[in-house]
Design a protein around this ligand. Structure first.
Ligand SMILES: Nc1ncnc2c1ncn2[C@@H]1O[C@H](COP(=O)(O)OP(=O)(O)OP(=O)(O)O)[C@@H](O)[C@H]1O
Ligand SMILES: [Mg+2]
Length: 318
């Protein structure tokens, strides 16, 4: 067992941001465990420490920072149904990140500032989550509602705080619903304060040289002007699923209930125009029916669930 002093030393090292002290104390604990004959535990502690060292930094949860929400992300790349082009781009982001030191040694930076634009429910937020899981780093979502205040000066101060966190905690940072700051310039007030906030965001983005990944997600195509594109390393455009993606979605989301026979041409045509998120919901509806009403998966059941979804939207819009 680690002694009381060792535990206190460990906590103090964490509190003081002293990574090397943290590592030393942890290794001391491993050594005393080894002396006590707890060799498995000692080896496990060493392995954990080695992993931390290869990441270079202990990643801290900044719970005190109300602007950032840390999300435990578990989504994997296989869960994402997108075009080949988008998949290739995502893989390129992952590869460049994993090889960032190598790139840096040649004076180039991995692509890490990503703009994701597209129709609601097509996987923009999911993509951020997947990048975090695949790279084994935390995902922080920037709370846009807390960021934008009536007093734009305050907003800029908060933005600065966020970029400070980006610089010292290696993670994926998602500015979801980014349009809240970047949006429609016509919403701007007479003195152009919103534009100033956007400009300061772009300035911070340009100056960022961190090991984090910054993602701005929006479903507002209007905001995408040249000035904005230029500041990002990559831009991903997300669209509604095509026929092949619809088939793939049913396969993935129906899981063990999936049968190829049930996904007829009629089903795929009915589903055409729905987003990935909506098709996911249809699949959930089908699964619930199958479980609770002991139905079998048939194309009729899927068509019924699609109709119900569509009707719900129509009555909502009316
Ligand atoms: N491309 C996709 N592949 C697989 N599942 C998806 C995809 N897009 C959406 N989904 C499903 O729908 C859910 C919601 O999607 P997500 O929140 O990523 O959409 P979004 O594009 O961020 O939408 P919004 O613009 O409304 O924020 C996901 O958690 C996932 O279950
Ligand atoms: Mg989203």
């Amino acid at each position: 067992m680690a002694s009381g002093d060792q535990i206190k030393a460990l906590i103090n090292a964490y509190k003081n941001n002293d990574d090397s002290r943290f590592k030393t104390v942890a290794l001391q604990i491993a050594a005393s465990e080894a002396r006590a004959g707890h060799t498995v535990l000692a080896r496990e502690i060493k392995e954990i420490i080695e992993k931390i060292s290869s990441n270079n930094k202990i990643i801290r949860m900044k719970n005190e920072n109300q602007l950032l929400q840390c999300i435990v992300s578990e989504h994997r790349a296989q869960e994402l149904v997108v075009s080949e082009e988008i998949r290739t781009r995502i893989e390129r982001i992952l590869t460049e990140y994993r090889q960032r030191e190598k790139l840096r040694s040649f004076g180039v930076k991995n692509r890490c500032k990503i703009l994701v634009e597209g129709v609601p429910g097509t996987g923009k937020t999911l993509t951020a989550s997947i990048l975090a899981t695949e790279l084994n780093i935390p995902l922080y979502t920037v709370q846009m509602d807390k960021l934008i205040t009536k007093f734009m000066g305050e907003t800029s101060v908060k933005l600065r705080q966020i970029f400070e966190t980006i610089a010292d905690s290696r993670a994926v940072f998602l500015f979801d619903e980014f349009d809240a700051i970047g949006a429609d310039r016509s919403l701007d007030n007479e003195v152009g304060e919103m534009r100033r906030v956007l400009n300061s965001f772009l300035q911070f983005l340009e100056n960022d040289n961190s090991d984090s990944i910054i993602i701005a997600a929006t479903n507002n195509r209007k905001m995408l002007d040249q000035a904005l594109f230029r500041r990002f390393d990559d831009v991903l455009h997300y669209d509604l699923p095509d026929d092949a993606q619809i088939q793939q979605l049913f396969n993935l989301k129906l899981g063990t209930f999936y049968t190829r026979r049930a996904i007829t041409k009629e089903v795929r045509e009915m589903a055409f125009g729905l987003s990935h998120a909506e098709i996911t919901k249809v699949c959930e509806d089908c699964i619930k029916s199958i479980i609770l009403e002991e139905e079998k998966l048939t194309s009729q059941l899927i068509v019924k669930c699609i109709k119900e979804r569509r009707d719900a939207y129509v009555s909502k819009e009316a």
